[in-house]
Design a protein around this ligand. Structure first.
Ligand code: GRF
Length: 208
């Protein structure tokens, strides 16, 4: 049976950008208990509109003096304040240190706009376009200390069309991410206690 306080179901979403994937997660009805941002961004407005608590753990630096481990500890403390059990990165622009994986072992999930292991890194869409591949896509995977590594949970291909720019291709990939990511997160939330599981993620298509 699901209970209100079951931490396995308490989802924290980490975002840095427009928050369109966050929005799809919220519209799918997933039990998001906190949204955490690392910089001022539109995702804050998305959280506010949905009435979800916000933790702004703002980076003091984007330069060489950034203390990644200390920052990660702050993120972990913020997630713990909300008794989070599952962490979903949704366009989060900071690579986190070891303590997030120690605090939430096997419970940090990411979505990446390419078919991993191809095109790792922050410029995955640009790299795929530059490489001239016929198709790219998106990958939902468990996050590990090594960026864009970790066991794959779901993948879907997206064709590269003639005349595509980074923006048009990324937007088509994100359309898929807005469906695939919530569906995969629902699978994880339901895992281990299928009985009385939550609603089907019908709302996940709201952004398409
Ligand atoms: C997604 O493509 C995600 O895979 C990448 O950043 C994008 C986030 O999009 N890491 P948005 O800010 O949710 O619109």
């Amino acid at each position: 049976m699901r209970t209100e306080g079951d931490e396995r179901e308490r989802l924290g979403v980490l975002a840095s950008g427009t928050g369109s994937i966050l929005q799809a997660i919220l519209e799918s009805g997933l039990p998001v208990v906190v949204v955490l941002v690392d910089r001022p961004c539109r995702a804050e407005e998305v959280a506010a509109a949905a009435g979800v608590p916000l933790e702004a753990v703002l980076r003091s630096s984007f330069g060489g003096d950034f203390d990644r481990d200390a920052y990660t500890d702050e993120v972990v403390a913020a997630l713990r304040r909300h008794r989070v059990g599952l962490v979903a990165m949704a366009g989060f622009g900071t690579v986190l240190g070891r303590s997030i994986h120690e605090a939430f072992p096997g419970k940090v999930v990411n979505t990446h706009p390419a078919l991993l292991p191809a095109f790792k890194g922050w410029h995955a869409v640009e790299a795929a376009l530059g490489a001239g591949v016929a198709e790219t896509g998106c990958t939902v995977h468990l996050a590990t200390l090594e960026v864009d590594e970790g066991p794959l949970l779901a993948q879907e291909a997206v064709p590269v069309l003639e005349g595509d720019t980074v923006d048009t291709l990324h937007e088509r990939i994100k359309e898929v991410e807005r469906r695939l990511y919530p569906a995969t997160l629902w699978r994880l939330v339901r895992g281990g206690h299928e009985e009385g599981a939550g609603p089907a993620p019908t709302g996940a298509r709201g952004n398409e």
